[in-house]
Design a protein around this ligand. Structure first.
Ligand code: TEU
Ligand code: CA
Length: 541
């Protein structure tokens, strides 16, 4: 495989609204991000995935865009954005923009025009359909944010499609003019010197609504090849597709370099392991570590040289990983280190979501009034109407809701965690006096320094980027694997449990690389204490 910079870096995701407020209005902004670039440089990351900063009425916090070539006033100006790109570049950090082109806001000029009537030039930029004979929606397609995916437009007597909120009408990718307009906009950003695109729900753009097909439609890959040619193909940019239902076979369609589509996929198979099969993210069940191993091992081995994967536990849509699969109560830092070590020594490009590096946790609510996220709110009302008990729904929101990831970044122990001098747009987690960046930087054993070390190991050792992966047969809750490159083999051993376990390996320790506790002196019989994790170079016997 030809080598690219995006295979060797670690990406840091920023959710601008919650990262750092620079002017006291309670909302994070671009000025705040610039203030913190030195912090990110210290961590060692090579790129920032910036959640949307474009003009937006914020029905879905920026994932509903009303102007792709303007910056949201609350976040700053285009000049601020250009300054961010330049200042990041000075620190060898690239800015990867969120590209949300499955849909726009209903306040986008295109949609305002389209709504004017069937004859409007922009009508076909979106997806319209006549009602059924009884006036009801064209078909049963549902929105990810609950209810029907069709919204009736009184004026024209037709429905328009929205796979997310009704303020997020779906663009009609079958229309060549839409595709060209998107490519022009992408080139506008490429010319500003950005490092790439994270493509929001890109698996949906080939949809065929009349056949009930949403993900992985027949035209999807033609569009991506066309996009590649028309935009980033001439530059070495990081392009990562948010691809919910991808299998390794599908991932190769997106990311096999020979096909000239995207750099990598961002797929969620591991993230669904604590939900009941065939149900939704809200229908909970405990994680089986044995399954987690299986899923990771499958992705590590099956892509081979024909694809590239992202490695992540968290993003702005997911609950905090230490609360979810670590042991927040008894081993917050230690389990956090295990999760970091386990993930960052796999093959693929690792992503860190803001606050993950200091071990931020979920924030629990007791009533729906405390929730901001549209997905959670809509689901609450839908399930209430279906007869679920409020307490049961609130429990699901506390475990899986998106606000968990969106509470403000905890910078220090001053009021509002140093995020703002005003009133934060979303409540700060009350554990901020204990969990914050200042504390983490002052404690040499903090999670921050484990992340920093892992990023450095990736820079210094081609084995971490390129080595072959091999899963070891172990006790169900021991996740252990080797990475081998040329003559070298590293052994990564993690005890993914709050109980002790045993482990053994046929080989000898050559050198200690990293651990989150004591390291064994031999490998014949190792007793692993709760959440122990260590990495050693070994000589196989
Ligand atoms: O997410 C896609 C998506 O399907 C999520 O809504 C997902 O179903 C849910 O959040 C799982 O937790 C992307 C963005 O990441 C998300 O923030 C947006 O709301 C969504 O697209 C619409 O743009
Ligand atoms: Ca602000």
């Amino acid at each position: 495989m030809e080598k690219h910079w995006w295979q060797e870096v670690v990406v840091y995701q920023i959710y601008p609204r919650s990262f750092k407020d620079s002017n006291g209005d309670g909302i994070g902004d671009i000025g705040g991000i610039i203030e913190k670039l030195d912090y990110l440089k210290k961590l060692g990351i090579g790129a920032i995935w910036l959640s949307p900063v474009y003009a937006s009425p914020n029905d879905d916090n920026g994932y509903d865009i009303s102007d792709y070539e303007a910056i949201m006033a609350e976040f700053g100006t285009m000049e601020d954005m250009e300054r961010l790109i330049t200042e990041a570049k000075k620190r060898s950090i690239k800015i990867v923009m969120d590209l949300v082109v499955n849909h726009t806001s209903d306040e986008h000029q295109w949609f305002l025009e389209a709504k004017k009537g069937k004859e409007n030039t922009y009508r076909d930029y979106y997806i319209w359909a006549d009602p059924k004979a009884d006036g009801s929606a064209p078909n049963e397609l549902g929105s990810t944010f609950s209810g029907s995916a069709w919204e009736f437009d009184e004026a024209s007597g037709q429905y328009y499609l929205h796979l997310f909120s009704k303020k997020q009408p779906d663009l009609n990718w079958a229309n060549e003019k839409v595709r060209q307009a998107v490519y022009d906009m992408m080139n506008f950003w490429i010319e500003k010197g950005i490092g790439g695109f994270r493509m929001d729900v890109i698996d949906l753009i080939g949809k065929v609504p009349e056949k009930m097909i949403t993900g992985n439609g027949a035209k999807l890959h033609d569009y991506l090849q066309e996009m590649n040619k028309a935009t980033f193909g001439k530059h070495d940019l990081l392009t990562v597709g948010e691809t919910w239902g991808a299998t390794p076979e599908i991932a190769k369609l997106y990311s096999n370099p020979k096909r000239q589509e995207l750099s990598m996929v961002f797929q969620f198979e591991h993230v669904a392991l604590d939900e009941q099969p065939q149900k939704s993210k809200w229908d909970l069940r405990p994680l089986a570590v044995a399954q987690l191993k299986e899923v990771f091992a499958k992705w590590q081995t099956e892509l081979g040289d024909e694809g590239w994967n992202s490695l992540f536990w968290n993003n702005h849509d997911l609950p905090r990983i230490i609360s979810r699969w670590g042991d927040e109560k008894n081993y917050r830092v230690k389990s956090g280190k295990l999760l970091a070590i386990l993930l960052h020594l796999l093959k693929g490009t690792p992503y860190i979501y803001q606050g993950e590096e200091i071990g931020m946790t979920n924030h629990l609510v007791s009533a729906i009034e405390e929730v901001d996220d549209i997905e959670s709110i809509n689901m609450y009302h839908e399930r209430l109407a279906q007869g679920y008990k409020p307490a049961e729904i609130i429990n699901a929101i506390n475990v899986k809701g998106r606000d968990n990831a969106r509470t403000p970044m905890q910078w220090d122990d001053s009021q509002h965690a140093g995020f703002t001098t005003g009133t934060p747009w979303l409540r700060v987690n009350e554990n901020y006096p204990k969990i914050n960046v200042t504390q983490a930087l002052a404690d040499k054993d903090s999670l921050f320094y484990t992340y920093q070390k892992l990023i450095q190991l990736r820079k210094d050792n081609p084995l971490v980027v390129w080595g072959d992966f091999h899963l070891l047969k172990t006790a169900p809750e021991v996740f252990a694997y080797t990475r081998s490159f040329k003559e070298k083999t590293w052994l990564v051993v993690t005890n993914f449990a709050s109980e002790a376990n045993e482990f053994h390996y046929d080989g000898a320790i050559k050198e200690l690389i990293l651990s989150n506790g004591p390291t064994p002196s031999q490998l014949e019989k190792v007793v692993l204490m709760p959440w122990d994790a260590f990495v050693v170079e070994v000589v196989k016997s």
